[in-house]
Design a protein around this ligand. Sequence first.
Ligand code: IMP
Ligand code: MG
Length: 172
Amino acid sequence: MNNIRTLISEKEIATAVADLSERVAADFVDSQLTILGVLTGSIVLVTDMMRQIELPHQLGMIQASSYRGKTTTSGELRINIDFLPEIRGRDVLLVDDIFDTGKTITKIKEQLELFEPKQIRTAVLLWKKSRSEVEATPDYYCFDIPDEFVVGYGLDYNGEYRNLPYIGVIEE
Ligand code: IMP
Ligand code: MG
């Protein structure tokens, strides 16, 4: 087992997610809210948020997988919408674990627009501001983090570490 250096503690996450949920709840009063999580990394954030957003809302999950070619920078993104609920005319909050280059969320948002929701806003736990490669920014985020590869609270390294209750960096 590798050593993990804590970057953001469980307590700091809890406080930030409570604050995020409060902001979302205030902004989506009287709307037809659908929380849409991006599998798999968003599941911890989504389940924490949905229990703190005291508004009637629907929940959906979509899956995005990027097939990176030989060049690691750009890859084709495939979006699986088999579990997408009806979002036409609804207020969608698209939730992911991290906004890194921003390409994933931007492409998912473009695809979702085809289903004619009333609006789509985006929320992430982490934002690596220095890495952004798109003009868009997340509408809601909890932490701006440096350009380090992080795990925990849903984020994985080779499929593992998602269960860590904090955000950490794997030490060599
Ligand atoms: P983007 O398209 O570059 O914004 O990448 C988003 C996806 O890359 C996220 O949904 C994560 O699955 C993955 N990712 C980016 N940075 C990290 C990291 O530091 N740890 C774990 N996964 C990451
Ligand atoms: Mg992901």
